[in-house]
Design a protein around this ligand. Structure first.
Ligand code: GLU
Length: 469
């Protein structure tokens, strides 16, 4: 049987890291087994669901590259199907109409609470003969009496719930709208889901869903309930811990590869391997290797992975993601080097693409002023001669290559009998405006000939003015 998994978010907010990790595990379970992955939007809670949240979830999934084979399905478009099944269940007697008033249910609950009993529906309408009335009713599932529901969870092992602890679940409200747990069951059945991967907060729904599936004669999928993600302070991960939306990580300059690698390891392991390409994840992933314990988020590790991927992925590919940040920081690329070359030059120095974009501005745009502190330190009187000589040598070059530039700088230092730094630092501040850059040869090469020469002239004037003032 082909493995078929799904990710079934409720569109009440953006895609957060917890959801993304569940989606990743579910996706990997499908991909690792040559199976299929379904995306289903659980939007029956009309008050809390929004189109913006749907879009944000799809955007997050797309950015991460978690492709789906079917969907997105929307539960709100499937009400006819749910109602059809409810009618069949009423017909077969696996569900019944319950006419109990809210008041009666409230009194029942209060009495049960006062007696220290579990609060559950007492089955009052369960065996009533069919009535011909227009009184309002809900539809309840006839949960089995006695016995228990047992399932082997891939993460948590064998789990058993006594049927006596479960009451007759409402599957359609008074207004006829089917309820959440029921829609999930019909969907998992109709969509042929063989393995349900979801958050542990749904574990109490599972026995109810299994009972309904059994009543429908539907196959029971396998289950894997994934534990929570905690912030680095041990509390449940929330906005308070900084970025929790997947797209916020894009905005902050992370590569999807880094976030995926981070998320896969957050609660799953394969030996002591830390770096996983998607191919390796697909090769090694097993639901049974997911940790039972909650996992704590660790931003330092994510940064470390991000640096790794910025350095090791093809510069042309990294450039496609860097492009977003260049646009975001309004850096116009029309006049300057190819972005991939900038990635190659700066990859070693950047923790994030956001940083990388910010520190590459001088390749594309002239700066208005030299950084004040750097200029004070390096564009002093003693810098005049090195700057003039290096300018002369650069102007004389027959070709503008990193090697030739390097030679010109070295020759300047030799000729003046000073250390490389005495030439290099003033030159660096001259062409970049700042005190940090990759090697000067590649930096000048990428900035380009005429721009470099203009900037050096400007620095020479700056130094001369300073001497004269
Ligand atoms: N819609 C549920 C949620 O967003 C997931 C339900 C499920 O996976 O069965 O938490």
């Amino acid at each position: 049987m082909t493995t078929k998994t799904r990710f079934a978010p409720s569109p009440t907010g953006f895609l957060h890291v917890g959801g993304a990790r569940t989606a990743l595990y579910s996706w990997l379970q499908a991909r690792a087994n040559n199976g299929e992955f379904v995306l289903r939007i659980e939007d029956t809670d009309i008050e809390r669901s929004t189109q913006a949240a749907c879009d944000a979830i799809l955007e997050g999934m797309n950015w991460l590259g978690l492709t789906w084979d079917e969907g997105p399905y929307y539960q709100t478009k499937r009400f006819d199907r749910y109602n059809e099944i409810i009618a069949q269940m009423l017909e077969k007697g696996t569900a019944y109409k319950c006419y109990c008033s809210r008041e009666r249910i409230d009194v029942l609950r209060e009495t049960q609470a006062a007696n220290g009993e579990a609060q559950k529906y007492d089955g009052c309408c369960r065996d009533l003969p069919a009535r011909d009335t227009d009184e309002p009713f809900v539809v309840r599932f006839k949960n089995p009496i006695g016995g228990s529901v047992v399932f082997d969870d891939h993460v948590r092992g064998r789990i058993e719930f006594s049927n006596d602890a479960l009451d007759d679940l409402i599957i359609a409200r008074t207004d006829g709208v089917p309820t959440y747990n029921f829609c999930v069951v019909v969907d998992d059945w109709d969509m042929g889901i063989t393995c349900v991967v979801r958050g542990e907060d749904h574990i109490n729904n599972t026995p109810r869903q299994i009972n309904i599936l059994k009543a429908l004669g539907a196959p029971i999928p396998e289950y894997a309930h994934v534990s929570m993600i905690l912030g680095d302070d041990g509390a449940k991960l929330s906005k308070r811990h900084g970025a929790v939306s997947v797209m916020q990580y894009r905005d902050d300059g992370y590569l999807p590869e880094a976030l995926l690698n981070y998320l896969v390891r957050l609660g799953w392991s394969h030996g002591d391997q830390e770096i996983f390409s998607l191919e390796e994840m697909k090769q090694y992933f097993k639901l049974g290797d997911i940790n039972k314990a909650a996992s704590a988020f660790n931003t330092d590790k994510l940064v470390w992975l991000n640096q790794h991927y910025i350095k090791s992925l093809a510069p042309e590919y990294v450039a496609t993601h860097l492009q977003w940040h260049m646009d975001d920081q309004k850096i116009d690329l029309s006049n300057g080097p190819a972005l991939a070359e900038v990635v190659t030059a700066l990859a070693e120095r950047a923790k994030t693409l956001k940083e990388l974009a910010a520190s590459s501005r001088y390749f594309y745009e002239d700066f208005a002023e030299f950084d004040e502190a750097q200029a004070k330190k390096h564009l002093r009187g003693v810098a005049l001669e090195p700057l003039q000589l290096v300018q002369q040598k650069l102007t004389a070059l027959t070709e503008w290559t990193a090697e030739a530039i390097h030679q010109a700088i070295e020759d300047t230092a030799t000729e003046l009998d000073v250390g490389m730094g005495k030439v290099g630092m003033p030159l660096r501040v001259a062409v970049t405006g700042a005190g940090q850059s990759p090697g000067l040869d590649i930096t000048l090469f990428l900035i380009g000939r005429s721009r470099s020469e203009q900037r050096i002239s400007k620095a020479i004037e700056f130094v001369a003015d300073r001497i004269n003032s």
